[in-house]
Write a protein that binds this ligand. Structure first.
Ligand SMILES: [Zn+2]
Ligand SMILES: [Zn+2]
Length: 237
């Protein structure tokens, strides 16, 4: 198991299977949330949106999940396939990452008002997940946020000190979409300010170091992954 996985991820079990890494995780947060329910010691009433907006929790409570995310170790595909609703990545603190689609019949800009203080919320089966920049991990910086189904890493809004989404980055699939890094030189290296960068860069080829950044979009600020991924590959269940 490479050092960059060991030093960067918690609350996940990772193994190597052929040419894939297999992440197993329960998507249960280790912090307080309104979605533990008021009878829990981990309950807090605070939500992310607090002032001048009508925040309101959805009726669901957090339940442990049985997620498996299988990602290619050295993906080189960059054909930008469509992403799908549901878990398509895992954060460095072991939480499922969803794209920018809300549950059918709802929009993410509406669901935004149901996010807990960590910008997460559970589905009607208790599956807790993130759609946008998780403040428990990253806040307008270049920290590693997680890994997507296609095996490419997701960093915060900045590539080192550069704000990726606003400079030379380009988006996949139009407005409010996944941000694939193309800052000068960056498509062949990951942010050097990330603690695992040296180890990661040493075991990856240039073609496998493509990566995402948290989006700088404004509708719902900080989308993690959107309508398109960088490459084909990986599986979830
Ligand atoms: Zn959601
Ligand atoms: Zn970058």
């Amino acid at each position: 198991m490479p050092e960059w996985i060991q030093t960067s991820f918690t609350c996940v079990t990772v193994s190597v299977s052929g040419s894939n890494y297999v992440f197993k995780f329960n998507s249960v947060p280790t912090y307080k949330s309104i979605y533990w329910g008021s009878s829990s010691a981990n309950y807090e009433s605070t939500m992310y949106v607090n002032s001048g907006q009508s925040n309101s929790a959805n009726p669901n409570l957090i339940k442990s999940q049985n997620y498996t995310l299988t990602v290619p170790i050295n993906n080189t595909d960059i054909s930008a396939p469509a992403s799908s609703f549901g878990m398509i990545g895992v954060s460095t603190n072991g939480i499922a990452i969803y794209n920018d689609q809300a549950a059918p019949g709802d929009s993410l800009s509406t669901e935004y008002y149901t996010f807990d203080s960590a910008q997460g919320h559970p589905t009607n089966t208790g599956a807790y997940h993130y759609h946008v920049e998780p403040p428990k991990i990253s806040n307008n910086d270049s920290k590693l946020v997680g890994i997507a189904k296609d095996g490419y890493l997701i960093f915060g809004k900045k590539h080192d000190s550069i704000t990726a989404g606003l400079t030379n980055g380009f988006t996949l699939g139009g407005a409010n979409s996944s941000t694939k890094c193309t800052d000068a030189g960056s498509s062949t290296s990951v942010p050097t300010t990330w603690a695992g960068a040296a180890n990661y860069n040493s075991i990856k080829t240039a073609n496998t170091r493509h990566h995402y950044h948290v989006n700088n979009g404004t509708e719902v600020n900080g989308i993690l992954l959107s309508g398109k991924l960088i490459g084909v590959g990986g599986s979830t269940n």
